[in-house]
Design a protein around this ligand. Structure first.
Ligand SMILES: NC(=O)c1ccc[n+]([C@@H]2O[C@H](COP(=O)([O-])OP(=O)(O)OC[C@H]3O[C@@H](n4cnc5c(N)ncnc54)[C@H](OP(=O)(O)O)[C@@H]3O)[C@@H](O)[C@H]2O)c1
Length: 327
């Protein structure tokens, strides 16, 4: 796979990474959690050059880091650029009310929480450092400078090589930069969630900060997998999201129909088109599509080689806005 630098001073990574959240959290757990297959999907990703492996302490909580740690044992760690996150805590299953995929979660940006959490993450991941330590959400109760200062301490202590932010404004990135360099910003970006294009993505480009789109496949919707609310498994987090409610979902199928048409023109799959559009937003963009399914992983890796024509891009740029908010 083609590679790029993570931010101006970070490591080389494949231009598409792997999001591991759905392997133990949020999506379709009762029916489809299958750790052995997930471990092999992580190995397959490394073989394909999708080296940026993304997890978080809140996924599970903790089960996702444990799974990734098992996958990276036995020499695989050195092949990965390992990213995890801190700053959300939960002891409950996801619900759709507080602006994250772990919304039973509350934000905790206290410096002491960051200092304690890194050690737990390293233990679960079976490593002495992570390559990227990300602040999952800014805690409105704690000045960002204090939280970010504690994130910077993890770098000074050799426990993290680089630090990044998630779901922040350009103003928040600036404030963090005044304390310690920001290597990456992870926020939702896809054909049906484009808020970051206005300010955050161009600001990251200008500053040499990597932008890591999460949910780049619209939580699977843009791949054309779901045509009805009833297609979503009973315990699936997406059942609580506005865009997946029956009326909204039906209206949003118009978006998928047009993605399919572009895919046919481009000789690609809808997932590949969705990822190729995200990649076309800038050299600093490294999407982290999530999957626990070997054939989807191969499909997603293939997106790195899809060149969308100017006409295809224009058609995708002009897609209608979705019905329903993100959370
Ligand atoms: N920073 C944050 O706040 C935040 C929030 C959400 C997510 N994330 C990160 O971003 C990563 C990706 O986001 P996401 O998992 O929410 O959404 P996503 O990548 O947009 O979509 C994942 C869904 O798409 C399905 N899928 C993947 N590739 C496919 C393909 N080629 N064809 C058909 N279906 C396909 C997956 O199926 P299977 O799972 O069944 O294989 C899964 O249901 C997460 O794993 C996590 O690391 C971060």
């Amino acid at each position: 796979m083609r590679t790029t630098t993570l931010g101006s001073k970070g490591p080389q990574v494949g231009v598409i990474g792997l999001g591991c959240m759905g392997m133990t959290h949020s999506y379709d757990m009762a029916a489809r959690r299958d750790d052995a297959t997930s471990v092999s999907v992580i190995h397959q990703a490394l073989d394909l050059g999708m080296t940026l492996i993304d997890t978080a302490d809140v996924y599970g909580p903790h089960t996702n880091e444990e799974l990734v740690g098992r996958a990276l044992a036995g020499g695989h760690r050195a092949r990965a650029v390992l990213a995890t996150k801190v700053g959300l805590i939960t002891d409950s299953a996801p619900a759709a009310s507080s602006g994250s995929t772990s919304p039973g979660a509350v934000r905790d940006g206290r410096p002491e929480h960051v200092r304690e959490s890194i050690d737990g993450s390293l233990r679960r991941l079976g490593t002495d450092h992570v390559d990227l330590y990300q602040l999952h959400r800014v805690d409105p109760q704690v000045p960002l400078e204090e939280t970010w200062g504690a994130m910077a301490e993890t770098v000074a202590a050799g426990k993290a090589r680089h630090i990044g932010l998630s779901e922040v404004t350009a103003g928040e990135i600036r404030r963090a930069q005044a304390v310690h360099p920001v290597t990456s910003v992870q926020s939702e970006l896809s054909l049906w969630t484009r808020d970051a294009l206005a300010e955050v993505l161009p600001y990251c480009q200008e500053q040499g900060i990597a932008f890591l789109p999460f949910s780049p496949l619209g939580r699977g919707f843009l791949t054309g997998r779901f045509s009805s609310f009833d297609d979503l498994p009973q315990d699936d987090f997406r059942r609580r999201l506005p865009r997946f409610q029956q009326d909204a979902l039906r209206a949003n199928l118009a978006i998928v129909g047009r993605v399919r048409q572009v895919a046919e023109q481009a000789g690609a799959t809808p997932a590949q088109v969705a990822l190729a559009w995200v990649l076309a937003q800038g050299q600093h963009v490294v999407p982290i599509p999530g999957t626990k399914t070997p054939k989807y992983l191969t499909d997603n890796a293939g997106a790195a080689d899809i060149q969308l024509s100017a006409a295809d891009l224009a058609e995708l740029d002009a897609l209608p806005a979705p019905q329903g908010t993100r959370y």
